[in-house]
Design a protein around this ligand. Structure first.
Ligand code: ADP
Ligand code: MG
Ligand code: MG
Length: 526
């Protein structure tokens, strides 16, 4: 080992020693995934970093301190019908079919009258450190990548990676290092905190014998990030959770016509359970991407659930609040943030985490953004209203992509419509394709960060130049005011429960663990 380099330079034998201990610990503690062949009787360890990654303590603390503000902000957005109507109901719902369908469900359920004013948010606010060329470490800032309101994953596995790194330090498997102290590896209660959120919502529903429903994707490989929530709920809270794929709900869910209770009828009766079962809370670990709705039946299921009096995590309104368009409006329209955050200090603190965010519409700002997207494309990422990774357009790919969208607009006759609308000929022009996107300046993470990335099946770790993304988990339980759509919600729970650090090779623009770009890491506070 040489000096205080991080991660420490180890002999081949020593690195193998660390790799072996890490893999055994991971397999022994459920830091695992299902293998690609989806066998149900074996597992492989999840991708992780061999060492924790240095992260400035004050920036980690700042991200945690901001979480209650972000929780409250997104609770308020969820409950603000007029705002969602304006921001999502505009161009976004018209050019983006997926957002449009969610928006239609939201409108319909609002019109019918919501049967459940409570909604649960298990949020994750994601940040990168912004360290532009020429700044010194004390000038680094955290900038928000995005705010997730649906299916925020890796709470369980990230709690495990924190424990893995602590074990490797405490057991002396790592070499001694001045930075590697117990207080440098912050505890991570994401798993227990998220489970406590589910329990709080179930309890607020007020019916002990009801069960929580976790809705999953078919052939989910990330099952061992999900099951621990079920185990926590039953072991610590005495609450049952059923984990059922979205596709199996077509035929098994129904509504009680008089009470609007959501009922689940198991395909074959389980002797120890009543049938049907009343569902207290629907927790989605799917339903965020168009491909999650395998057939039109999944859209029917979504509507049925929204109409019920079960609590949703998230409600469709809360999912819409997480649209990237909302993030853009909060940053580009000062009055939007003022609407939700009364205290100027709070607004300033939130704003410090915003990057440059622009609409791609016909406003002055939108025109300015279009010019930047062509002339300064190297500074930007273009994002559609999508979740789950792998959807963004980066740098030099932006101009040709916008060209293609413009050609598509031409084919659809948008330019003529815009002209006729401008001449007052009573034509309502459809929005241009690019209005479904936002333009965001690229955050520039610190250079010179190294890590050993470990994936199952590779016999050694891969040393790489890396970038780390910090996520902070937040829990919110809110009650909308059904009688007054302009009133802010009552926030019954507002907690900051843990964190996730994901680390990827610097060469990769995207950062999803599930899509194979990154590994789960833990911060070593400096
Ligand atoms: P998704 O909802 O699909 O996760 P994100 O907004 O998180 O979408 O973008 C995916 C990834 O792209 C992020 O994890 C990050 O690695 C990268 N990314 C997104 N926005 C930026 C940005 N402004 N600067 C640098 N990298 C970004
Ligand atoms: Mg996301
Ligand atoms: Mg993301």
């Amino acid at each position: 080992m040489t000096g205080s380099a991080w991660p420490p330079e180890l002999s081949k034998e020593h690195e193998q020693h660390v790799l072996d201990h890490a893999a055994d610990w991971a397999l022994a503690h459920g830091l695992v995934l299902r293998p690609l062949d989806a066998s149900t009787t074996s597992a492989i360890h999840a991708p992780y970093s061999l060492f924790p990654s240095p992260f400035p303590r004050h920036l980690f603390e700042e991200a945690k301190r901001l979480q209650p503000l972000y929780n409250d902000l997104y609770a308020r957005i969820t409950a603000d019908d007029a705002f969602l109507e304006q921001v999502v109901g505009g161009a976004v719902s018209k050019v983006d079919e997926f957002q449009g369908r969610l928006y239609e469900i939201w409108k319909q359920v609002k019109k019918e009258g919501i049967k459940q004013p409570l909604a649960l948010g298990l949020f994750r606010s994601d940040y990168l450190i912004h360290a532009p060329e020429g700044t010194s470490p004390d000038q680094y800032e955290i900038k928000q990548v995005e705010f997730n309101t649906i299916s925020s994953s890796f709470g369980a596995l990230s709690s495990r990676v924190t424990e893995l790194h602590r074990y490797l330090g405490a057991s002396g498997v790592y070499p001694a290092h001045p930075s590697l102290t117990t207080s440098a590896l912050p505890p991570n209660a994401a798993l227990s905190g998220l489970a406590a959120g589910l329990a709080a919502a179930h309890t607020a529903y007020g019916k002990n014998e009801a069960v929580v429903l976790m809705v999953t994707q078919d052939n989910e490989r990330n099952v061992f990030d999900q099951r621990p929530l079920e185990y926590e709920l039953i072991e610590k809270h005495g609450i049952r959770l059923l984990r059922i794929p979205f596709s199996q709900l077509r035929t098994t869910l129904s509504l009680d016509p008089s009470t609007h209770a959501l009922l689940y009828t198991p395909p074959s009766p389980v002797a120890s359970l009543p049938s049907p079962l009343e569902i207290s809370l629907v927790y989605y670990r799917t339903a965020y991407a168009p491909t999650d709705y395998y057939t039109p039946a999944e859209w029917d299921t979504r509507l049925l659930i929204e109409r019920s009096k079960a609590i949703k995590c998230p409600s469709v309104g809360m999912q819409l609040a997480g649209a990237k368009k909302v993030q853009e409006v909060l940053a580009s329209h000062p009055e939007a943030l003022e609407r939700f955050v009364r205290a100027e200090k709070g607004r300033d603190e939130l704003r410090r985490t915003f990057t440059e965010l622009y609409p791609m519409d016909d406003s002055e700002l939108g025109k300015e953004a279009l010019r930047k997207a062509y002339e300064e494309s190297g500074r930007f990422v273009l994002k559609p209203q999508r979740e789950g990774g792998g959807n963004n357009i980066y740098r030099g790919d932006i101009p040709p992509f916008l060209d293609r969208l413009a050609e598509e607009d031409k084919r659809r006759g948008i330019e003529e419509q815009k002209g006729a609308e401008a001449r007052g000929e009573g034509v309502e022009a459809q929005p241009r394709g690019r209005e479904g996107y936002i333009l965001m300046s690229l955050i520039e993470p610190p250079k010179g960060m190294e890590q050993v990335l470990v994936k199952a099946g590779e016999d050694k770790g891969r040393r790489a130049d890396v970038v780390s993304e910090l996520g902070i988990y937040g829990v919110v339980l809110l009650r909308e005011n059904i009688d007054d759509a302009t009133a802010p919600p009552e926030v019954l729970v507002n907690e900051t429960v843990g964190h996730l650090l994901r680390t990827k090779g610097r060469e990769s623009d995207e950062g999803g663990v599930a899509v194979g770009f990154s590994v789960i890491d833990s911060p070593m506070l400096t």
